[in-house]
Design a protein around this ligand. Structure first.
Ligand SMILES: *Cc1c(COP(=O)(O)O)cnc(C)c1O
Length: 318
């Protein structure tokens, strides 16, 4: 354990923690972790920033109901259910797949917080933005605001541009975050000081489409793309929610060194991609890196078994 939590100047709830790991020390790269997993006990990580202005707009409108989409372990759905309850906004979630006899922990929480769950087949889910389907949902639940899967839209840049104000951004050369829809990265890009490079790690296979999506999000919020950002398209480990032994091993190393947990769907992949870059010598000696812990720890509940299995496999091999 070589972590001393230097309490953050701006918000002591969201500490910036120095991380000391052999690979980084050997390469002369300084690593700090911005712990958005601490931003709120329930609305963890980047979802707090992503939902903030979307829900504010809903509260200010006549219709106080939101409908969104997600899978059984979705951090977005989990955060939306809680944030909606806190703000007096009714929430409905369309969930991919038939209703199982045993709900995931995520969906149990969501229902307890008053969210209505609508389970649909995978095929129906693929056509989730069809007007006819949405009409049926309006007939069933009443009128609603539609929040896209993952919760990204033009409001997201405004929320996520507040993330870097939680630390002294000018102290860093590189900031790194996992990407799903790219909304969080767009916020980082929109608010970064000149000279700070933004590195995004898409967790989906074939995440190159995110270059366009991120530029569109910036444009929609009236931000000129400042450049100085890129995506590492090789950090997905086989695809969304796929876990490799190397990923499990790297997360375990991180935990042993810091006492801080990552999860394998987002934050673990961002860390592994960064670690590989450092090992390949792609970051200059003296480089100061900020890794964003985007939260999502509630989803870890569904991944523990897989992680343990992968970790065992990797330790049997070596
Ligand atoms: C949703 C999520 C992301 C991805 O955020 P985007 O804005 O969609 O790119 C990253 N990390 C965690 C933990 C998440 O839950």
């Amino acid at each position: 354990m070589n972590v001393n939590e230097s309490s953050c100047v701006v918000n002591p709830k969201v500490p910036v923690v120095p991380v000391e790991l052999p690979d980084f020390q050997k390469a002369g790269v300084r690593l700090d972790l911005l712990r958005l997993d601490r931003v709120h006990p329930m609305i963890s990580g980047n979802k707090w920033f992503k939902l903030k202005y979307a829900l504010e707009a809903v509260q200010d409108s006549a219709c106080k109901r939101v409908l969104s989409f997600g899978g059984a372990w979705s951090n977005h759905i989990h955060a939306l259910a809680y944030a909606g309850r806190e703000r007096g906004v009714e929430t409905v979630a369309v969930i991919r797949g038939e209703r199982p006899s045993l709900l995931s922990d995520t969906l149990v929480d969501a229902e307890n917080w008053g969210m209505s769950l609508e389970f649909v087949s995978r095929e129906q889910y693929r056509n989730k933005n069809d007007e006819l389907f949405l009409q049926q949902l309006r007939a069933k639940y009443g009128d609603f605001h539609l929040l896209p899967e993952g919760g990204s839209g033009e409001w997201v840049v405004n929320g996520c541009r507040e993330i870097l104000s939680l630390c002294v951004a000018s102290d860093y050369d590189v900031v790194c975050s996992a990407c799903g829809t790219g909304g969080t990265l767009a916020g980082l890009i929109a608010s970064k000081p000149k000279g700070l490079e933004v590195l995004g790690v898409p967790v989906l296979k074939g995440g190159g489409f995110l270059y366009q999506d991120i530029r569109r999000l910036l444009q929609q919020s009236g931000v000129d793309d400042p450049g100085g950002w890129e995506l590492d398209l090789d950090g997905h480990e086989g695809g969304y929610a796929k876990v490799t032994s190397e990923l499990a091993e790297s997360m375990q190393q991180f935990f042993e060194a810091t006492g801080i947990e990552l999860e394998p769907v987002y934050t673990g992949k961002a860390f592994l991609a960064l670690q590989r870059k450092v090992v390949r010598g792609e970051l200059a000696r003296g480089c100061r890196v900020l890794l964003i812990h985007t939260g999502g720890m509630q989803g870890l509940r569904g991944m523990r078994e897989t992680l343990l299995k992968k970790l065992k496999q990797s330790r049997e091999i070596s």
